[in-house]
Design a protein around this ligand. Structure first.
Ligand code: FAD
Length: 450
């Protein structure tokens, strides 16, 4: 029969690695980490593109410079991670229409302010509706209709500008964001963490407790332990499991639970929304876009909301790389994932020609990450409605018997972010350590009784 470990951690993203590290620090070293893919990092993932490291998943350390210190920023500083301050304040002055004209700054600033005000009013209405106070309800703000209104609505909501919603990340940690632009990748932070408790050599993890390419398909759990079965037929036994897979994976049928999860749990899991967020990278033979930090972010206003709206040049992050990034979300993300890269490239080139004229060079390379169709992700991050029912988050986080849940989606305050994943991993391991302590206490009590 397979040997039994204290804890199996499913998933080696930042939450799983942080959870394992906390356990190891508290003397629980007979752990096994099962990771479905061939690398650690999960949604933190670099790839070589056009000669530089680009981040397909998380790219920014969000929430810096505030009253509390962001723990991921601390990790980055300790590792000397190369980062770059992102100044979004000029983006609104670089809004292009379909004929390549930039909206005059007065009009752009005005539209921007109106959009922020109406988003805030909408939130207030929702809050008044929730508490049943109709006296606070105001005329609902008009829905965005024109291309510029749609473009601003997109960057405020889908790109998550800090101005609208009181997002804990920006309230607690500060409103600044830093882009990670390091050849070692954002994932270097995970390697540094892993080094503290796993055996590594020359930057590689060689510890047999980390098992890659192990796709967990079934969790059999009882009062006495958990049996984990992987796609390749391996069986692992443990006293406890920490499950760090994404909310999208939990909503899919990749992992069977035996017995099935209780109703309160599966209902909470179903209630959490998913965001799909796609950064498309384009490489050019030379630069044709306006340069300078105040031109780093630019916006394309089209009558279809979210159609290749948000652009960024990589001139400051990677000088001389001639790379542009465009961000798509949700429906548009799913649409491009379903078509060929050639098709996507053609669309993106059409948009760039609208903005910069017909004579610009054709991109020499394109990279389209597929987070939606990745069966180990099924989306980019969780998206609780801003006035979400706390019960839903608690339900998603609560353990079921010997199965403990972690990951960004279990973070009440910081879901959707790297620091949310990191802090949730620490949190879940602390809760498990407490449970292990109680179990020991119960055992020694019953032994005294005997
Ligand atoms: P994951 O990193 O998903 O880790 C879970 C692991 O479980 C994965 O490695 C997966 O392969 C593995 N797994 C899944 N199923 C199984 C299975 N059946 N068996 C075994 N293993 C399994 N956050 C920011 O702070 N700033 C940003 O700028 C930012 N941008 C983002 C952009 C994109 C495109 C995406 C996708 C995410 C972004 N995020 C950003 C969010 C951030 O990346 C996540 O919140 C965080 O990395 C999640 O970590 P996690 O450990 O919870 O999950």
């Amino acid at each position: 029969s397979p040997s039994r470990s204290s804890v199996i951690i499913v998933g080696a993203g930042i939450s799983g690695i942080a959870a394992a590290k906390v356990l190891a620090e508290h003397g629980i070293e007979d752990i096994v980490i099962l990771e479905a893919s061939d690398r650690i990092g999960g949604r933190i993932r670099k790839e070589n593109f056009g000669g530089v490291s680009v981040e397909l998943g998380a790219g920014w350390i969000a929430g810096v410079g505030g009253k509390e210190s962001n723990p991921v920023w601390e990790l980055a500083e300790k590792s000397n991670l190369r980062t770059y301050f992102s100044d979004y304040s000029n983006a609104r002055y670089n809004i292009y229409d379909r004929s390549g004209k930039i909206f005059p700054s007065g009009i752009a600033a005005d539209s921007y302010k109106k959009a922020v005000d109406s988003a805030i009013q909408k939130l207030k209405n929702e809050e008044a509706d929730r508490v049943g106070d109709s006296s606070k309800m105001m005329e609902p703000p008009p829905t965005p209709k024109t291309p510029i209104e749609l473009a601003i609505d997109f960057i405020l909501h889908d790109f998550e500008m800090a101005e609208v919603e009181p997002i804990s990340t920006y309230v607690d940690f500060g409103e600044r964001e830093f882009l990670v632009a390091d050849e070692r990748g954002y994932e270097y932070l995970l390697y540094k963490m892993a080094e503290d408790f796993l055996f590594t050599s020359e930057g590689r993890i060689l510890d047999s407790r980390l098992k890659l390419n192990k796709v967990v398909r079934e969790l059999q759990h009882s009062r006495s332990g958990v049996t984990v079965i992987t796609e390749d037929g391996c069986v692992y036994e443990a006293n406890y499991v920490i499950l760090s897979v994404s909310i999208g994976v939990l909503q899919s049928d990749l992992i069977a639970f035996n017995p099935p999860l209780p109703r309160w749990k599966s209902e909470a899991i179903e209630k959490c929304d998913l965001m799909v967020y796609t950064k498309i990278f384009l490489k050019f033979p030379y630069k044709f876009w306006p340069s300078g930090p105040e031109k780093e972010f630019f916006i394309y206003a089209h009558e279809r909301r979210g159609y290749y709206t948000f652009w960024q040049h990589m001139d400051s992050a990677y000088p001389g790389s001639n790379i542009l990034v465009v961000t798509l979300t949700n429906g548009e993300s799913k649409r491009v994932e379903a078509q060929s890269d050639e098709e996507t490239l053609k669309e993106a080139m059409g948009v760039l020609r609208d903005m910069f004229g017909p004579n610009i060079p054709y991109a020499t390379d394109i990279l389209v990450p597929c987070w939606w169709n990745n069966r180990f992700q099924r989306g980019s991050y969780s998206n609780y409605p801003i006035i979400s029912n706390l019960q839903v988050v608690h339900g998603i986080k609560a353990p079921v018997g010997r199965i403990f849940f972690t990951g960004e989606h279990t973070s009440e305050k910081f879901n959707g972010y790297v620091h949310g994943g990191y802090l949730s991993g620490i949190d879940t391991s602390k809760a498990l350590l407490e449970e292990i302590r109680k179990e020991k206490e119960r055992k020694s009590e019953s032994q005294t009784l005997l």
